[in-house]
Write a protein that binds this ligand. Structure first.
Ligand SMILES: Nc1ncnc2c1ncn2[C@@H]1O[C@H](COP(=O)(O)OP(=O)(O)OP(=O)(O)O)[C@@H](O)[C@H]1O
Ligand SMILES: [Mg+2]
Length: 506
């Protein structure tokens, strides 16, 4: 088979960072090729060079053995290279159809043909097995749907090489399967696909070959069937990751937070739960089950239709995130770019902002404390950055996520809520984050974790409650965790074995 793409000797520096050092990448025609590596290894930078979003300092690119110059995204598109970026690059104020047709509106005498773009958009989405309305405003969509729109937008061009930078990080299992079906369909049409993912199971189920990067350098290229997960992780991190879930048994104490009969819009119906000192409570369910709305309502970031909350036995009326933080409840959101960080600010400023309530003493922000806190966080979370002054937007995706998490690991709230904490985090760093979550619980924090990844949820929780369509359909103690039973509850088909939800007991 011909090589659709060769990148040779690609190097790229940023101030204080060698992002890529003499990297080669070869992708055959009709091949699905994974690029794997730790957070900050250089995966996205290599793809940004290929898609015309960044210039390399050195190196060459050959398409079908012909050397090409890629100086802009338009040039990349003209060469048949389509990219779905890690940060999606959608315009949230425009509709789905407008985003799909961005830069190439079909016109009639200078007017945009709205009908045509709506039809074209529905067709592109239908091909992907998605039923998103073309007229919906992109900003109103879930992250998963936004991802679908970004992919549909690229597929609307005549693409020979498709780049997907962590496309599955916010998709459900079923949505990912839809995407993989689409990838295989495109592959059978001869399209080459470059696929970046931190999920080992996806790499093994969908890719033909793998290129591994570490610290901006090429480690090697393998056929996927020559490797197993253990070998691949070893190539990635250059050391053994022995214990993925270093769960420690903490002494579980009194109830810290109790939420009773919580209802939110049409999304959460009469859910009651509690979490104790030292306990890690997992909230499972499928994407869209209402888990995020439930925890956000506890945090005051999503209005409750009904329900009561008490903290350490006292009723508390939380109406805003500020009130929640003041009461000792912290929340690490799922969508770091929208809610977790101000990407135009430095790491230090983001860390200081997160703790504005701790740092403002005598009405003045204590900058020294902010510096110390951020240095400590960078070390503890192993954030890859030249300094604490680096703007968050210049960090790799996974390192941005580490900053979001790190904001909260360096303080001691009473209740800490994580929504999909390890999204976009590499395998080695995940194990470290699980260790920190376990340590937090051990130090007496009541931890709540929403996660779509069952192994993660079962690995770190002491107890799991499961939601389906906004209702609680199961509750499991660690000693009785069963992947099958939890999945059944998540799909709303649970048997009668699982205990009745709290608050509905006779
Ligand atoms: N615009 C930029 N300015 C400064 N440094 C940058 C910029 N873009 C990337 N970097 C740095 O280059 C390195 C490689 O980043 P890159 O985004 O390619 O990593 P990645 O492999 O995609 O990681 P992740 O898995 O976290 O997405 C990182 O250290 C990152 O901070
Ligand atoms: Mg990246």
């Amino acid at each position: 088979m011909a090589d659709a793409l060769k990148m040779r000797g690609v190097s790229k520096r940023f101030p204080g960072v060698v992002a890529l050092d003499n990297v080669d990448l070869t992708v055959a025609e009709g091949e699905i090729h994974a690029i794997v590596g730790e957070n900050g290894a250089g995966k996205s930078t290599l793809m940004r060079i290929l898609s015309g979003a960044a210039r390399m300092d050195r190196g060459e690119i050959l398409i079908n053995d012909v050397a090409v110059e890629i100086g802009s995204s338009q040039q990349a598109i003209n060469l048949g290279i389509g990219t779905v970026y890690q940060n999606l690059n959608l315009i949230t104020d425009l509709t789905v159809a407008e985003n799909i047709y961005m830069n190439r509106f079909p016109g009639r005498g200078g007017l945009i043909d709205r009908r045509k773009i709506a039809d074209g958009a529905s067709q592109a989405l239908a091909e992907m097995n998605s039923d998103i309305a073309p007229s919906a405003r992109v900003g109103d969509l879930s992250v998963a749907d936004q991802q679908m729109v970004a992919i549909a937008r690229v597929l609307a061009y005549d693409i020979k090489i498709l780049i997907l930078d962590e496309p599955t990080s916010s998709l459900s299992k079923a949505e990912s399967e839809d995407l993989f079906r689409n990838m295989r369909r495109l592959k059978s049409l001869g399209v080459s696909i470059i696929f970046i993912s931190h999920h080992m199971d996806e790499i093994f189920s969908v890719t033909d070959a793998v290129t591994v990067l570490r610290d901006g350098r090429l480690v090697g290229r393998w056929r996927t069937d020559e490797l197993d997960e253990h070998a691949l992780v070893h190539h990635m991190v250059g050391r053994e990751v022995t214990e993925m879930f270093p769960k420690e048994v903490a002494a579980i104490g009194d109830v810290v937070l109790a939420a009773d009969h919580i209802s939110v819009d049409d999304l959460v119906h009469d859910v009651s739960f509690c979490v104790r000192k030292g306990e890690v409570l997992g909230i499972g369910g499928l994407v869209g089950a209402g888990r995020t709305e439930l925890v956000k309502s506890v945090f005051g970031a999503c209005p409750r239709r009904s329900g009561d909350i008490s903290l350490e036995g006292q009723p508390i009326d939380i109406r805003s995130p500020k009130q929640a933080v003041e009461a000792g409840i912290a929340f690490v959101p799922e969508d770091r770019r929208r809610e977790g960080l101000i990407t135009e600010f430095s790491i230090e400023d983001n860390i200081s902002l997160g703790s504005i309530w701790d740092l403002t003493r005598h009405f003045a922000v204590d900058f020294k404390a902010g510096a110390k806190l951020s240095e400590g966080m960078i070390q503890a979370m192993n954030v890859k950055t030249p300094s604490r002054k680096q703007l968050v937007k210049n960090l790799s995706g996974g390192n941005q996520q580490k900053v979001v998490l790190g904001k909260w690991f360096c303080r001691q709230p009473k209740v800490l809520i994580f929504d999909e904490p390890t999204r976009g985090i590499d395998v080695g760093a995940k194990a470290e984050i699980y260790r920190k979550i376990s340590d937090l619980a051990k130090s007496g924090v009541a931890v709540i974790i929403v996660s779509s990844e069952l192994p993660e949820l079962m690995g770190i929780s002491d107890r799991i409650i499961v939601l389906n369509k906004g209702r609680m359909t199961g509750e499991f103690m660690r000693s009785a965790f069963s992947a099958d039973q939890i999945m059944l509850a998540a799909t709303g088909k649970a048997g009668t074995e699982s205990p009745l939800p709290r608050g509905q007991q006779q």
